[in-house]
Design a protein around this ligand. Structure first.
Ligand code: NAD
Length: 485
């Protein structure tokens, strides 16, 4: 049991403004494993005020980026020192299988911190060039006070995807984690304090949607960095647009994996499946639509069913587990509802569809494969956010590309082919921000990541991810003057 009775605001653990608390419930045992105070509007006011003060009067924005990077490195090292403890905490919060979680939920965030720490020495914050009318300096300055809002599915990963570049930029951050996963956010606050982050530069306000909306609309916030559902992203984009506030959005997905007619299934399926049922299917980049050539449809279906049958479903903390419980009872209800909808639409369950035997406690759903799916069905168009795959037949390569693109989303995708050039040709035609050709790497932290269409606005990771937290200032200089940069 991990309990907090105070909120981390302005560099201190302070009394919350109300008695309201979030209980964190293990999706495996359904028992309470943690408790934190719920932040309310008054707490957000306090957090934004201290972030503004740190930005306007504190040392952080004017420190050398390489000195700010030292703090990121220290936090990365501290996370790696207790990798197992952090992985257990996150699996207890939201049900991620610990073997996968140790890598993706914990090790990956340290790689993100390390990558941005490295940019502290290599990124050109100031450049000078000869303009059309004389010498010009372009200075990239911190955007100001950032509201960082994240969902529960990869909590530490998404926190680091925002905090690492935002803090490196010299901005200060009010971080609102999801109510399901506030514990790792508070641990992160402790690590940043130990690493020497100045007071006020980071505050953590665990809260739900309404307080999130209050934070987004707060006059003291310069930039909103949001990851979550497309529905919430639309509202946040509209609110920021009305106030001409900077924003970036990482939203939902319904990504397609295309198996071309020359794909070697014995190689393609093991590469594809972990990214299809990643994190119990609770991942924005999950390859939830499997596009199979009609001529090989039953072969593909059989290979998938056999692989899914071999997956171990169970306790999130068991290192053998490949599919754990869903984050909450309402999430299981949602996924089971989609399984019902798929059957009503005429798709057939080839494997799964129910609750696994022998797991009476916990919010488990069997990994499920639907066959005879048409891309117009709701199960092929809507984000289910659970371990549910749809196998969709196509006629030829052009038809496969058409179906892959027939989605409001455009986040990720994959193609598997015996010919890499042919695969790359398909990759160029699919309208998504990330793509895999005979690969199982959906995100490279040194490269841009984000969505086309309703999957988002802006790109995280790589230098793009840092630029999200920088304003560009052009300074025209007198002839003959070249400042040191
Ligand atoms: P959600 O949109 O309901 O909530 C996400 C976060 O935003 C939570 O902290 C929530 O409290 C807050 N929130 C919700 N509405 C808000 C509003 N109007 N104003 C301010 N804050 C608000 O999403 P969820 O169901 O918790 O998470 C799953 C979604 O996140 C999926 O759609 C998934 O695809 C998406 N996601 C996207 C990425 C990506 O990088 N593109 C990564 C992970 C998850």
């Amino acid at each position: 049991m991990k309990s907090y009775d105070r909120l981390f605001i302005g560099g201190e653990w302070v009394e919350p403004s109300s008695n309201s608390v979030f209980e964190v419930i293990s999706p495996t045992t359904e028992e309470v494993v943690g408790r934190v105070p719920e932040a309310k509007e008054a707490d957000v006011d306090r957090a934004v005020a201290s972030a503004r003060d740190a930005f306007e009067n504190g040392p952080w924005p004017s420190m050398a980026p390489s000195d700010r990077a030292v703090v990121l490195t220290k936090v990365s090292e501290a996370i790696r020192d207790d990798l197992q403890g952090m992985a257990e905490l996150i699996s207890n919060e939201m049900g991620s299988p610990i073997a996968w979680g140790s890598m993706a939920q914990v090790l990956a965030p340290t790689m993100i911190l390390d990558y941005y720490a490295g940019l502290g020495s290599t990124f050109a914050f100031d450049t000078v060039h000869v303009g059309l009318l004389g010498p010009v300096m372009v200075s990239k300055e911190p955007v100001g006070v950032v509201a960082a809002i994240t969902p529960w599915n990869v909590p530490l990963f998404l926190a680091c995807a925002k905090l690492a570049p935002a803090l490196l930029s010299g901005s200060s951050v009010v971080f609102k984690p999801a109510p399901e996963t506030p514990l790792d956010a508070n641990v992160l606050a402790e690590l940043f304090t130990d690493a020497g982050l100045p007071e006020g530069v980071l505050s953590v306000v665990p809260a739900g949607r309404e307080v999130g909306e209050y934070l987004v609309n707060h006059q003291g916030v310069d930039k909103v960095s949001f990851t979550g559902s497309t529905a919430a992203g639309r509202k946040i984009g509209a609110a920021c647009g009305a106030n001409l506030k900077r924003f970036s959005l990482e939203l939902g997905g319904k990504s397609a994996a295309i198996l071309l007619d020359d794909a070697k299934l014995e190689e393609a399926v093991p590469l594809m499946l972990p990214n299809a049922i990643m994190n119990n299917g609770e991942a924005c980049i999950s390859l939830t639509r499997i596009l199979a050539p009609r001529s090989r449809y039953s072969e593909v279906t059989e290979a998938l069913v056999e692989s899914v049958k071999a997956m171990t479903v169970g306790d999130a903390l068991d290192p053998a587990t490949e599919v754990g419980p869903l984050v909450a009872e309402r999430q299981r209800d949602r996924v089971e509802n989609y399984i019902r909808i798929g059957q009503e639409e005429g798709a057939k369950v080839a494997i799964g569809g129910g609750r696994p035997d022998g797991l009476e406690k916990g919010w488990f759903v069997e990994p499920t494969v639907f066959v005879d799916v048409d891309n117009t069905m709701r199960i092929a168009q809507e984000e289910i956010f659970g371990p549910v795959l749809s196998v969709i037949p196509y006629e030829d390569e052009a038809d496969a590309v058409r179906i892959a693109n027939d989605s409001e989303y455009g986040l990720c995708g994959a193609v598997f082919s015996g010919d890499n050039d042919r695969g790359l040709g398909v990759a160029r035609q699919v309208r998504t921000g990330t793509y895999m050709v005979n690969s199982n790497v959906p995100i490279d932290f040194s490269s841009p990541f984000g969505g086309y269409k309703a999957s988002g606005v802006g790109r995280e990771f790589g230098e793009d991810g840092l630029e999200l937290f920088l304003e560009k200032k052009t300074i025209n200089l007198p002839a003959g003057y070249t400042p040191d940069v």
